[in-house]
Design a protein around this ligand. Structure first.
Ligand SMILES: NC(=O)c1ccc[n+]([C@@H]2O[C@H](COP(=O)([O-])OP(=O)(O)OC[C@H]3O[C@@H](n4cnc5c(N)ncnc54)[C@H](O)[C@@H]3O)[C@@H](O)[C@H]2O)c1
Length: 231
C-alpha cells in the first residue's frame, strides 16, 4: 500500500496539531476534522466540521476515501471540555455537550471508518481519554464521565473489530503546546520526569506507535511521564 491515510478529529487543537505533524512526518496523508481549522498544521487537508453533525461526518469521510483512496488510521481527539463545574451543579446540557462531542462522535467515526479499514485489511483506532476519567478530578464530572465512556467504547471495539485486524486503544495524554501556561506549570510540579509533555514528540510519537501494526489492542496507555496514579 503506497499511501497510508489518517483522519484526526480535533486535529487542529493543542495536541492535535502535534499528532498531525508526527503522523505526517511518518509518511501518512493526514486529514484533520475540526470545528476550528484556522491553526491546522501538517495536514494534507483540514475539514471544518462539527463531529456532532452526522451528515457532515459522513460526507467528509466519503470525500477522504474518494480523494485519498482509503482510511488506515482514525484518531479521535475532538472533545468539548467543561471544567470548574461541581457535580451537584452539572446539568443535562453539560452532559449532552460532553457526550455528543466525545464518545458519541468517536463511536460515529468508528462506524463510518470501519468498512474502509476492513477494505484495507486492517487499521488502527486511537481514542483520546484522560486521567480526569481514570482517577477523577473535582469540577470535571461531565468530562470525566465522557472520557470513561470513550474507554468503554475502546474496549468493546477491540473485542469486536480485532478479527478485522483493526486495533483499538485509548491514549490518556498529559502535554501542553504552551509549556509556560499555568496548567503546564501545575503538571510540571507533579511530574516525576521533571518536564512537560510535548504534543508532537511525546503524544504524536505514541500515536505513531499505536497506528503501526503492533500487537496492542484494547489497552489504556497513559502518556504522561508517570504523573497519573493509574498503573
Ligand atoms: N492536553 C492535555 O494534557 C490533555 C489531558 C487529558 C486529555 N486530553 C485530551 O486530548 C485531546 C486533545 O486535547 P487538547 O489539549 O489538544 O485540547 P484542545 O481543546 O486544544 O483540542 C480539542 C480540539 O477539538 C476540537 N473540537 C471540539 N469540539 C469539536 C466538535 N464538536 N467537532 C469538531 N472538533 C471539535 C476543538 O476545536 C479543538 O481543536 C482531547 O480529547 C482532550 O480531552 C488532553
Amino acid at each position: 500500500m503506497d499511501q497510508r491515510v489518517a483522519i484526526v478529529t480535533g486535529g487542529c487543537g493543542n495536541l492535535g496539531r502535534g499528532v498531525c505533524r508526527a503522523l505526517s512526518k511518518d509518511g501518512y496523508t493526514v486529514v484533520a476534522f475540526d470545528v476550528d481549522t484556522s491553526r491546522a498544521e501538517g495536514v494534507a487537508r483540514a475539514v471544518t466540521l462539527d463531529v456532532t453533525d452526522a451528515a457532515a461526518c459522513t460526507a467528509a469521510v466519503d470525500a477522504v476515501v474518494r480523494d485519498f483512496g482509503g482510511i488506515d488510521v482514525l484518531v479521535n481527539m475532538a472533545q468539548r471540555i467543561i471544567i470548574q463545574t461541581p457535580l451537584l451543579e452539572l446539568t443535562a446540557e453539560h452532559m449532552r455537550v460532553s457526550f455528543e462531542s466525545g464518545p458519541m462522535a468517536a463511536l460515529r467515526m468508528i462506524q463510518l471508518c470501519h468498512p474502509h479499514m476492513q477494505a484495507r485489511g486492517g487499521g488502527a483506532i486511537i481514542n483520546f481519554a484522560s486521567d480526569a476519567g481514570t482517577r477523577g478530578i473535582p469540577g470535571m464530572g461531565a468530562y470525566s464521565a465522557a472520557k470513561e465512556a470513550i474507554r468503554g467504547i475502546t474496549k468493546v471495539a477491540s473485542l469486536e473489530l480485532g478479527r478485522d485486524n483493526i486495533r483499538t486503544n485509548t491514549l490518556c495524554p498529559v502535554a501542553f503546546s504552551d509549556p509556560t501556561s499555568s496548567w503546564a506549570q501545575r503538571s510540571l510540579a507533579e511530574n516525576p520526569m521533571g518536564r512537560v509533555g510535548d504534543p508532537e514528540q511525546d503524544i504524536g510519537g505514541a500515536v505513531v506507535f499505536l497506528a503501526g501494526p503492533v500487537f496492542v489492542n484494547g489497552r489504556t496507555i497513559h502518556v504522561d511521564g508517570g504523573t497519573g496514579v493509574f498503573r
